[in-house]
Each structure stands twice: as C-alpha cells, then as structure tokens.
Design a binder for this molecule. Sequence first.
Ligand code: ADP
Ligand code: MG
Length: 518
Amino acid sequence: MAEKDMFKEFKEHSVAEFFKKNKQMLGFSSSVRSLTTAVHEFVSNSLDACEEAGILPDLYVDIQQVGEKHYVLKVRDNGPGIPPDIVPKVFGKLLAGTKFHRMIPTRGQQGIGAAGVTMYAQMTTGKPVHVKTSRGDGKIWEMDVMIDVKTNTPIVKNRKSYDGNWRGTEVVAELGDVLFNRSKYSAFEYMRRTALANPHAQITFVDPDGKKTVWYRTSFEVIRMTKEGKPHPLGITVDDLMTIARVTKARKVASMLRNELEAVGSKSIAELEKFVGSALLNKNPQELEWHEAEMIVKALRQMKFRAPSLDVLIEIGAENIEKSLRANLKPRYVATVTRKPKVYSGGIPFLVEVGVAMDGDIKGFELMRYANRAPLLFEQGACAITQAVQSVNWKRYGIQSLNESNIVIFVNVVSTHIPYVSAGKQAIADVPEVYEEIRAALMEAGRKIKEYTSKLSKAKELAAKKRILMHYLPELADSLAKILGRDPKDVESILSDALEDRYRKLKELEEKIGAGAE
Ligand SMILES: Nc1ncnc2c1ncn2[C@@H]1O[C@H](COP(=O)(O)OP(=O)(O)O)[C@@H](O)[C@H]1O
Ligand SMILES: [Mg+2]
C-alpha cells in the first residue's frame, strides 16, 4: 500500500484500527521483527536528535524479559532532551512525526515513529510508555504516555519534575508478543549494524541474559546537520506536495510552491500558470485536493529548474567506514568508496558509499544494507542494493564466489528521500540512477579488491612452490651429500637456508597484504 492510501485510511478510522490493519507494514509483524522495529524507532530518534544538536551520541539499550514473549525495552541517550510539553505529542500521537516532510537525510524517515511503539505497547500489554527527559537545564521530567485511540491524542499520567544534573532522554516500553534472539533479523543484529555505520556513537547493549556488548567510538567527529534542504520540484511526489500543503504557512498554492520548494521563483510560477491556471495557484493550500496536486506535479515535470543543491547529504565517509570495519570486524583487508552526490528523478540528491572487508576474523558472506546509516534488515531480496551486488561480476576482481568467501559488503545509500519499495521501508526501489550508482560504487571497490586478491593468489602460488621444494629437500640433500661426501644434515641446512632466502620475498608479501588500503 502506498503512503497516500495509508494517510487516507488513517483519517477515516480510529488509530487503533489503522494500526491493527497496517501493523505488518509498519514493521510490527513477527515477534522478532516487532522488537527490532521498536528498537529502531527509539534508537534512530536518539541518533537523529544527537546529530541535530551536534552531540557525540552515547546510547544505552537494555532488553529484559519479564514473561513469555514479553519484554521491557529501555533506550537511553545523552541527546538534547525533549521539551516536556512536546513529549506527549511525540509518544502519544500517531503520525505526528516531523521528519517525513523535512528534506533532511535522517534515519527517522524509515518507520512510523515513536508513537507507533506506544501504540504497540498499549495493544499488547495495556501499559504506557515511560519517558524521562532533560535538556540539561537542571530539571528532569518524567511521565507515562498512552494514546487515546478514539481521538489520536495523548493521555499523560504521573507527570513529575525534579532537580537533577543530567541531559538526555530515556524511554521504557513494555512490549508483548515480541521475541529476542540473535538471528539476523534481531534487535541485537540491528544494534551491531547500527554501531558499524555510526562510528561516532558509543553503544552499550544489554540482552535479556544480562550479556553486555559495548561498541566503542572509532570516530570523534561530531556529525552535525548543517542545512535543511527544500524539496526540488522535479523530485517531488504528489504525496509530498499534499503533506507540504497540510503543514505550510503559505496562504496560496503559488506562495507555498515558492516558499517550500527549491529553485521555484516568480518566473516558474508564471510558467506553471500556463499549465494549471491561476485559480489553482490562488487556492488555499489547506484545500488542495489530490488530483490538483497531481496536476501541479505533472506540470512541474515538464519545466526546467536549476539543479538541486547536493550539500545536504550526510555521508559516513570512506575513512570512517574503514576504521569502523577494521575495529569491529577485524578483517585482513578493507576497501572503501564514497561516491560523489548524484540526482535521481531529476531532483532528488543522493549518494552511495561502500565498504568491503575481507578475511581475518570474517567468516562467510554478509551483505549489510543501510539507508541514511540506519540498517535495513528485512526484504533483502527486493532491494536494489542486493540486486546490484548480485549483478557485479566479482570473479573479475578475484572473488570466485561471494558465498564461499569471507567477505562483508557494506552499502549505505544517503538521500533526503530514499526511494523505498513499499511503506515497510526495508528495501530500496530499483530506480535506474540509484541502482547504477550502487553498481558503480561496488565496481570501484572491486578494482581496489583486485590488488588484494591478486597479491593473495601470488602469495599462495609461491607458498605452494615452496612446500613442494621443502618436501623434496631431505631427499635432495641426501643424494648431494653422497656425491660430495659430506654430512647430509649440513647439506640440508645449507639448502634450506638458501630456500628461505629465496622466499624471503614471500614473507614480505604476506605481511604487506591487507596492511592498508593502498
Ligand atoms: N530521544 C530523543 N531526543 C530528542 N528528541 C526526540 C527523541 N525522540 C524523539 N524526539 C523528537 O520527536 C520527534 C518525533 O519523533 P518520531 O515520532 O520518531 O518521528 P521522526 O523520527 O520521523 O521525526 C523527533 O523529530 C524529535 O524532534
Ligand atoms: Mg523517529
């Protein structure tokens, strides 16, 4: 189901019904996935908030089992805190999230938002979500939040505040019909992959058995969101336009387009008027109807605009990816690629970055997909990243078969608007520009890998030759000793010294392999 239908349905039914009907698609499907989704909603909010405030994130995630398929999830951050008056809306009103219509490459684009977890908790355990937050102003706030399902408004209980020196947010949710394990779809895997793609974060994870895992920071660069881009007229969808119309302060459609879109000036408006007429442009945006938005989007596609600005994208960076992969996976070799920003659909900026780690402690093949640094664990087969990886001829780069190699392929797609396949937001759609760019990034990484794999096969060849020579050495030494009339032991040691000398290069070569991205 497309997002537009979701919104329509949302208006017509109570939130409880809406949620029940769309639960699967919102990530609350299997019991393992539901827990992962809840973790994603809280953790992505924490990381996004830290980023917006320019704070190096310190995250603490704790999952306790309290019954069969019944767990308590706690997520704590050192972020900017949430103003106490906003807390009810964030956790107690479905689809009140702010980011879905903001053109910033946040993780929050993926998922229904924090209130979705409240809804799930409430439906499966009847319990509220407990929030503790402080902006570091000496005052700590705590409250329990639920959702009034008839009106989609927050119900707040046990609200209190007290003095204290702390900054951040801690959310506790009791969830039913969820399951913790360590499968590739689990909350643990989600955190492991989050840590890999967020080297500037320190993350502590405590699982239901009390086992603690800490992923330490490998980058001390504070990631800061510098600029919020506006959507580009060529990249905008009808749904985007409807959302903008709902939240804009502009009184007329014309001024809405000028204020809320990039590269739209009075000239463009005059041109647009020829396509859609002045009545529509003078209309109040609040009253904009779907078919009218459709007309506008269609017309915009036929016009020319200045290219979108590309500096809104936040990449992890090749160097940071390499450090993170080395520290966390202990591979023998790492190749990384960060491509330049590109545009898809004529107006949406995006970029692709890739890391490939091989051998060392890595066992088997693992593909790690990310959208704006948030891991994508589900719907792997439907994802353009997977298809791009499969389309590359890895043999050309010295990898006979991915499945038989010890290799991790890490792909992060960054965009102000990730083109997801469906509302589940776990797979990236097969948009030609994006697909080709992922392929290009993989092949660029492949060319680097080639240096490693060819050195490796040369070293293997030399080692095999040496083994054969060593095998025949005692026999050879014996015969020579007889001819020369010397002690076979002496001859053998002379020969083996010579051989070692001959193969000193092999040692050097072996040491060099994987020592760094050359
Ligand atoms: N841990 C947090 N720290 C600071 N602000 C938060 C936190 N969690 C949520 N928020 C605020 O609540 C808003 C709504 O969150 P959410 O419903 O998940 O939607 P989205 O992530 O798409 O914005 C966020 O945009 C942010 O402003
Ligand atoms: Mg969110």
